[in-house]
Ligand binder design. Structure first.
Ligand code: FE
Ligand code: FE
Length: 283
């Protein structure tokens, strides 16, 4: 069995790790912070594989493999329906589908009167999880992202598990800056491989810059929540990360048990898709 029973277990884990601030009606962060005792075995096992496997070489290999973007050519809504064929092992009646999560996120953004490209970003942000449908293991699709090619921060969850990563004993990759220059900007930094970078590359010519930042860095919790790796950022990154943090609130805190009515919502979202995206996406 895969380490996570459901792919969403990871999202649920980060939502508990970073609960909504008390003033917004959420539980206090301290109420959750003892997440590693007792350890949740499936999540820890997931991170064991992730932290061991996400090396500099692995990331270069996956970029070469997937960024040809020649696996499928699909209209965006069909791509979302394709993603939605990703069914979890456990009771499907109790779980929200991938499309439910995307629509809930987008609807929460829309309800706040945000710009239409922001709403569209909510709808699309996890589309990169189609990597799972092409046989990628969970640890190479979801989970917190972090830079490879420089020392791992202890502000990444389960930092002790990086001991099993070959890069942590490679002198070229284990100094604070590693292969990077201070302030070089995140665009020059390779993050661990997963659904964020992949979808960014798919949509990079279609959406405004803040949207691309949201997509590319939404799982980079060590940076946008914990403030790690700021030495690699430039001023543009710092400015754009306000958008990433704003997006993160919708991603984490819009979950509800009610499935949005996809058929009713579809015409509105097809309108947004037509406004920003080509007739077909190269995946
Ligand atoms: Fe995501
Ligand atoms: Fe999400």
């Amino acid at each position: 069995m895969a380490p996570l029973d459901r792919l969403d277990d990871w999202d649920d884990f980060v939502a508990e790790l970073y609960p909504e601030p008390a003033e917004a009606g959420g539980k206090r962060r301290e109420d959750y912070r003892d997440f590693d005792e007792p350890p949740r075995d499936t999540v820890r096992e997931f991170y064991r594989l992730n932290h061991r496997g996400q090396t500099w070489n692995f990331v270069q290999r996956k970029k070469a493999e997937y960024l040809t973007l020649d696996r499928a050519e699909l209209p965006a809504w069909e791509a979302l329906e394709f993603l939605n064929t990703l069914v979890d092992d456990s009771d499907p009646d109790l779980d929200l589908s991938q499309l439910d999560h995307l629509l809930q996120t987008a609807e929460a953004i829309r309800a706040d009167g945000q710009p239409d490209w922001f709403v569209l970003t909510g709808l699309l942000h996890d589309l990169g999880k189609v990597l799972c449908l092409w046989g990628e293991p969970q640890w190479a699709v979801v989970g917190d992202t972090f830079p490879v090619g420089c020392a791992f921060s202890d502000r990444v969850v389960y930092p002790e598990l990086f001991a099993a990563n070959a890069d942590s004993t490679n002198p070229a990759y284990s100094t604070p800056l590693g292969v990077y220059e201070a302030g070089c900007g995140l665009d020059r930094v390779d993050l661990s491989w997963g659904h964020d970078e992949y979808l960014y590359q798919v949509l990079r010519d279609c959406l405004p810059e803040p949207a691309l930042y949201m997509i590319r860095y939404h799982s980079f919790y060590a940076c946008h929540r914990e403030g790690a790796y700021s030495e690699l950022m430039n001023d543009r990154d710092r400015e754009m990360f306000e958008w990433v943090r704003s997006f993160n609130n919708y991603d984490l805190y819009s979950k509800s048990d009610r499935s949005p009515r996809a058929t009713e919502l579809r015409p509105y979202y097809e309108g947004l898709i037509d406004r920003y995206l080509p007739a077909k996406l190269n995946l």
